[in-house]
Ligand binder design. Sequence first.
Ligand code: ARG
Length: 463
Amino acid sequence: MNNTPLWAKNSDVVIPDEVKAVNNSLPFDYVLLPYDLKASIAHVRMLESCNILTRETSDRIINTLNDMVKEGDELLNKILSSGEEDVHSAIEAELIKRIGEDGKKVHTARSRNDQVATAFRLLVADYIASISDKVALFIKALSDTAYKHTETVMPGYTHLQHAQCVSLGYYLTTYAYMFYADYKALKKAEKSCMEYLPLGSLAFAGTSFKTDRNMMAKELGFNAPSPTASYGVSDRDFLLETLHCLSVLALHLSRISEEFILWSSNEFGFINMDKRYSTGSSIMPQKKNPDIPELIRGKSARVFSAYSRVWIALKALPLSYNKDMQEDKEAFFDAFETTTIMLDAIIPFFSTLTFNTKRMEEESKKGYMNATDAADYLVKKGVPFRTAYRIVGTLVENISKSGVALEDLSLSEYKKASPLFDEDIVEFVKEINCMERRSSYGGCASSEVKARLDDLLNALRTE
Ligand code: ARG
């Protein structure tokens, strides 16, 4: 265990435990290991090509770094037990242990400030790719089920009240599009991570060495070096953008979970949860609880708070690097791990659900959800909409006392409300017909839903 930090001028500085506790980031930033190694290799290659390091020295360093890359967990264990304050210092110390004086040259024209910003951008971009792959899987699962249920009628709600009849497919397609928006936003955030390379910024003001930052940007897949060195080490907007995307994703996951919680209740009875994806009660033997969607709804709070943690940590930081920035990592890791857990749970939870389509159909007959359609019937016969609205409103108010549905009302009753009603009104107000007639772009008619699902899957394929 090393007690002397890399930055100590001599070995008589012993860091007290309480300082280590507040200062050391190795316990959580060790995950930057592969990204820092990759960036270090690019850095040394550049130093050699700019004649700042000799071929011999750079070969030694790069070969050793490459060996370290190959060692995987073995290296990770060494790094974790190194006692260094962060992963960057631990890698440098390990390099020096292996090759001595040449290893001490790796930090030429580099600073931990540009190192950490670079490794973190690479890591965040990589982690985004893993999240967006999972989002795409969920979109696929939602779309596949939606496709099968474009004609399965169910109540649509506003204010959680029966409003107009839609299809289960329509409902799910809306969520599929919300997750597609997340997918696109994540792809954009991934690009933002790779926009500017911090490496070569050094502490914050550049260097007198004639470095080639463009070469490193190209090698590491960045669009360009940061326009100012200070921007390179001070900027964490790529992280805020990413946390924003994760928060909106968590919000969508929470909202759809809320639907499943409601739908699994006796009052709705729209879904049956698979035994493996629901839980029991320790006292009530009959219970089947929706713990998974409840936990997803609950865990969304962790993601939102990670986002605000970073905002708050950054809000009063003067340029350039300040140690507060070290706080960005744990917040992000928690948001990333939480969204990963949420997605990994919701996909099988959703895929193993069964839908109680009979109950949905029964509920679709309640609540006069075809009242707008009855009004539209009159409008199509020339009655101004507001007048038609009033006629049907009064009619519904009268018949709701006896509980008769509009589709069960006799023609003579209809005629009393308006002589323009004819016998075709009975077919006209049937729920499935009402749903199928809403074929405006983005409407709930099955043809429309299928077309929008095709658009979505095509777009996802070409992303
Ligand atoms: N562990 C630090 C971080 O995560 C690395 C940068 C340290 N730089 C410094 N000037 N102390 O931000």
